[in-house]
Design a binder for this molecule. Sequence first.
Ligand code: HEC
Length: 180
Amino acid sequence: MATIMKATITMAMSIKHQTRKGLLFLTASLGMLSLSVLSCTASEATPDQKSPEPSSRRTGMYEASPLAEAMRSMAMDMESLRAKADDGSLRIEEVDAMILAHADMKTAQATKPADIKASYQGYAEAYLIQLEELKERLRTNVDRAERLEAFNAALTTCVACHQEHCPGPISRIEKIKVQP
Ligand code: HEC
């Protein structure tokens, strides 16, 4: 009887130990997961009210994926060219530089590559084609409405891809559009 009790207790303890280990593992993975999807789920703070960097960045536990880094600079590029698109001082060379740099999105590794859908490359192409269209319109000296139409259309392709892959930044992207 005593031995059975003892065996049961040992078993219970070892199960408890396993569970605790499992729970620890689960908590750790959930933590990582919530960090990695944070930027895709939570709607982002506007640039002027940015929240502080997640503390884990300082501890080195979490690093942005190459695709997330590429996306951050894409967003910053579009934001910094917004006023120029608006007032007509946007230059062809600036759009060209974006076409070159933003093509990185076609190959950069995502946080969760398994979540990248078959439609991804099509959206990436659509976006780059819109930038080509914007360039063409600048070259042919179109009026303000047509210029902004092309600028906003490029942002619409960002949003289209984001609706399927990463809804968090959509409101930030919409804010870059210029009212014609
Ligand atoms: C072809 C699909 C696609 C297009 C087009 C696209 N994105 Fe993204 N974007 C993604 C995916 C997927 C992620 C998540 C990346 C990751 O976590 O690795 C992302 C992430 C982001 C992020 C969050 C980065 C971070 O800090 O984690 C921002 C901001 C962003 N995109 C802005 C833009 C802007 C602005 C455009 C257009 C100028 C754009 N995206 C076009 C697919 C796209």
